[in-house]
Design a protein around this ligand. Structure first.
Ligand code: GTP
Ligand code: SPV
Ligand code: MN
Length: 634
């Protein structure tokens, strides 16, 4: 659409101090809540866009934006489906950039723990307000020149729920607007609910003002050299510059719903966690809800939509990435999914591993950095058996590709963005403002050696320790690569909004006598044998582990035995019917020397990284674990 045509939509203009008249391309500025007006005026003054566009979230708006993105070439229609689009990013902008993500507070130790001298902290990065100002002053002034500023009112959680929170994001990316519409609830009702109260302020820019200074690749403006994502928890504000990708730019997701929300949750006595929420109905027709935290790209979406291999079980999905949870007046923990869509890892997803995800994105979805087939379909590693043989494929970089090529067809962190409402097993209560009652919390990670398929904590505090010791093989979800095992306590390492030691204390403090504390478990789908083969089939067979977990929640003491790391299944108590060749002994073994090393290593990690901020009970429990292993026979 040309500049002149766009002016037809101009209905108002605003006058901003020192800038003068800025056209309002859509919406009525005068109808915005007072505090939003002030916020927008500040953003306009800072970023100097050519106009502002107040989003209403309706379908006509989506159609208009999609039309523009197709014309520009940022999106391609995937003609095999209804309203599905492919987006190829600049290859330099494909994942979260942890090294450029900061928390800003006056006091450093509000943001990050006291690390050992000479050690560099891995649990969040702090930037001083002074340094932040200097960095941001080099980026934001005039950063939207020649671009439209979209103003997005959104609710994390059902609009108006007591567990929900409101944000307003300004962005110069219409791709981001399109994704925010799927991932959050974008609606003008947000303005009504908001009234004169405060909201989380989200400012996002691609960092590519016109005329552009760098060559734009794939019609994906960005500024990889200058990426910076800063959080101001005290002001409930987020500023993100230079990237249009995922968690860097869809600010409702990791920035708000985890980093800022974890601080709000601490202040208000609830929890904001990197967890899926799912419902499991047993063959006896009893329904349970569980929440599970695994590091990025370690299986949350897959578990949340699991297709059970055991007869009589039914799974329904509430959320696949983030849970906000609060104990209600009767002491029961209730959780909501603050998001409205799935931003899921594409590779590995197919009709065998995750049919429910596949069925969620047959329409109204965006595929970022996947490959494309000649018949207008998507393609990625894992879809070989579901793709016509010999069909032409263009890889995520835009080059011809065929099986056997050196590179991958899809980027390992390529993702689908799909409305949760389209999931065939979405739970009828997924938008219940009260949330759903949580019976168990489950931690996990990719642990090729030593760690059994499942174990259960001895107490709430011991469960907190288990969460604090979560580790995993590195994945492609963040910018650093490599196969090393990294600590990712509570699966929150990249998403902590405040001092991790204080966070552990907050978890410990949640335990109160009048509360029904959920049981805490740890699972590992990724243990391998000496040949490197997975010992556990995973995916739909993970129901067998959930079944054991639920029997424990119902108080069955005959199926567990105590070990130094907690309760493990007694041999034969996991239902393996219909499975062949499972090496139970290897899957459940607790190698003494592996665990002695692991326990000492975890202790060292906490001493180095959390130091004096570590609650003392955590060290006490680790010492007890070491002692218990020392007493074990060789
Ligand atoms: P984020 O969206 O980054 O937070 O990831 P996630 O935790 O939702 O991970 P997801 O479910 O997308 O899975 C990531 C990768 O792990 C995919 O390639 C899956 O195929 C693989 N995966 C998931 N579950 C299993 C399992 O039970 N066993 C095995 N072997 N692989 C799995
Ligand atoms: C994750 O990395 O855990 C994600 C993807 O869910 S992103 O939203 O990019 O953080
Ligand atoms: Mn995630």
């Amino acid at each position: 659409m040309s500049e002149e045509e766009e002016l037809v939509y101009e209905v108002h203009e605003i006058v901003v101090q020192k800038i003068g008249h800025v056209p309002v391309a859509k919406g009525d500025f005068n109808h915005l809540p007072r505090k939003v007006k002030t916020f927008v005026a500040h953003c306009v003054q800072l970023c100097k866009p050519r106009g502002i566009y107040i989003c209403d979230g309706d379908q006509a708006e989506a159609d208009e934006i999609i039309h523009k993105l197709l014309e520009r070439g940022t999106l391609t229609r995937l003609t095999k489906y209804q309203n599905n689009y492919l987006c190829r990013t600049d290859p330099a902008d494909v994942a979260r950039v942890e090294s450029k993500t900061f928390i800003v507070t006056e006091n450093k130790y509000d943001s990050v723990p006291h690390v050992r001298e000479g050690v560099s902290g891995t649990l969040g990065a702090w930037l001083s307000p002074e340094d932040t100002k200097e960095e941001l002053d080099q980026r934001f002034p005039g950063c939207m020149a020649g671009r439209m500023m979209y103003i997005i009112p959104f609710s994390m959680g059902p609009v108006g729920s007591p567990l929900s929170k409101i944000g307003v994001q300004v962005t110069d990316s219409n791709y981001v607007l399109l994704c925010m519409r799927t991932m959050t609830r974008v609606t003008p009702r947000v303005w009504e609910v908001l009234g004169d109260s405060d909201f989380v302020k989200c400012i996002h820019s691609l960092g590519c003002p016109r005329p552009v200074q760098r060559r734009v690749k794939n019609h994906w403006p960005c500024n990889p050299e200058k990426v910076m994502i800063v959080h101001f928890p005290e002001q409930r504000k987020i500023k993100s510059f230079g990237s249009g990708y995922g968690g860097n730019s869809l600010l409702g997701k990791k920035c708000f719903a985890l980093r800022i929300a974890s601080v709000i949750a601490r202040d208000e006595g609830w929890m904001a966690e990197h967890m899926l929420i799912m419902s499991i109905t047993t063959p006896k027709n009893k329904e349970f809800f569980v929440a599970a935290a695994f590091p990025s790209a370690c299986g949350k979406t897959n578990l949340a939509m699991l297709n059970p291999s055991l007869p009589g079980f039914r799974i329904q999905c509430v959320g696949d990435d983030i849970a906000w949870m609060k104990f209600d007046d009767s002491g029961v923990l209730h959780g909501i999914n603050p998001e409205a869509g799935f931003f899921g890892v594409a590779p590995g997803t197919n009709m065998k591993t995750n049919p429910n995800a596949m069925l969620s994105f047959q329409a109204n979805s965006i595929f970022t950095n996947v490959a494309e087939t000649a018949d207008g379909g998507y393609f990625w590693e894992g879809l070989e058996d579901e793709t016509p043989k010999g069909i032409g494929i263009i890889d995520w970089l835009g080059n011809p590709w065929h099986p056997g090529c050196v590179g991958k067809a899809a980027h390992p962190n390529s993702r689908f963005t799909a409305p949760a409402s389209q999931c065939p097993i979405i739970h009828p209560k997924w938008e219940d403002p009260k949330g759903v009652p949580i019976s168990a919390l489950i931690f996990g990670g990719r642990r090729p050696v030593g760690v059994p398929l499942v174990f259960e904590s001895k107490s709430w505090a011991h469960g907190v320790l288990i969460g604090a010791c979560v580790k995993s093989e590195a994945t492609a979800a963040a910018e650093h690569q490599g196969k090393n095992i990294m600590h990712d306590p509570m699966a929150m390492r990249p998403f902590m909004g405040y001092n991790f030691g204080h966070y552990l204390q907050h978890w410990l403090d949640l335990e109160k006598p009048d509360r029904q504390m959920p049981k805490i478990f740890h699972v590992n789908w990724f243990r391998v044998d000496s040949k490197g083969q997975f010992l556990w089939p995973g995916f739909g067979d993970n129901i067998r582990v959930l079944d054991w977990i639920l029997r424990r929640c119902e108080g069955d003491n005959s199926i567990a035995e105590e070990t130094p790391i907690g309760y493990v299944p007694k041999k034969g108590t996991i239902d393996l019917s219909g499975l062949e060749g499972i090496n139970e002994d290897e899957l459940f073994s607790l190698p003494k020397h592996y665990w002695l090393d692991d326990t000492r290593e975890s202790k060292r990690f906490l001493e180095d990284q959390v130091g004096i901020d570590t609650p003392s009970i955590i060290f006490k429990l680790l010492d007890e674990q070491e002692e218990a292993f020392n007493k074990c026979p060789e």
